[in-house]
Design a protein around this ligand. Sequence first.
Ligand SMILES: [Ca+2]
Length: 327
Amino acid sequence: MMMQNKIQLVVFLAGILSKASCDLQRFVLIQDPKTWTEAQSYCRRICVDLATVQSDEDITKLKEAANAENFPSDAWIGFSRDVWRWSYQNMPVSNAKWDSFQPDLPDTDVACGNINSKGRWGDRTCTDADNFFCQLDNQNTLQDKFEYIDSVRLSWHDAQTYCRTHYTDLAAVTDDAENTFLASELSSRNLNDAWFGLYRIPWLWSDNSGVLWSSVKWKSTQPDNLNEIQCARANPGALMVKDNCSTPLPFYCRENRRMQRVRFTIKSDTSLNQSTVMQALEKKMNQILSDQDVNIRSSITWIIQPDGKIFQRLKTENTPQTACKVL
Ligand SMILES: [Ca+2]
């Protein structure tokens, strides 16, 4: 039997790779000015999305992000005006056929749309009860595709539920022939108008979280009624102001932080230069992280031990198992 005994100097740096990790969310202020849409793309690529600010916790995160950069001004957040859409697949409306003086509800209101017997559209309060048009998918003829429901008068949202239960959805008009057909269905019955699938949610969060209207805080005199101004910036107190989406501004992204604690143990027969070891480990860690995702934003922080030092040196006497060999 050959056995090798050896006194080994172990530089104990911090231990084992921790299995515990946690997800933390924070806002980051990006000071490089971008248009709202560019800012949204940037945040979606590098972080998660533009910041959604609708709770006290969100407001605190926004303040922290502004304070971290000593930032006193306004920056984009993920709030923007939405367009009129069809209930069916949430399609944006491309060729609107508004009646004169329509739409006329305040553009900050949730609104729903009806079609009249002349094929013109109007906006109404969604809670009004009316008859409505449903549609069925994949039908060859307009008569088979659209169904006028006159057996029951419902609010727009109840009509939507009804159509989605019994048909496909509320009717969406995609061309002039369909618009003329729905109008003729009304005029042949001597009826003025009916709900169809048109609706508008005035503002949307970029990450599609539901808008809590009670939490939406505007600066005084905001939001204005200027139609060309469709995006929201916020001050460090999270009060919002409408602004032109093409204005380059700093912006807040929402970031998911994953924190992972890693412990290293390095064995060496000789004494090590600590800063050389730290640099080598940081370089290796950054390489591992960037191999996972080139867009990852990472930072490495060394944890200072209770004795005020980063490294702990342990002098141990042990018998390396790999050196034992039974002959
Ligand atoms: Ca109206």
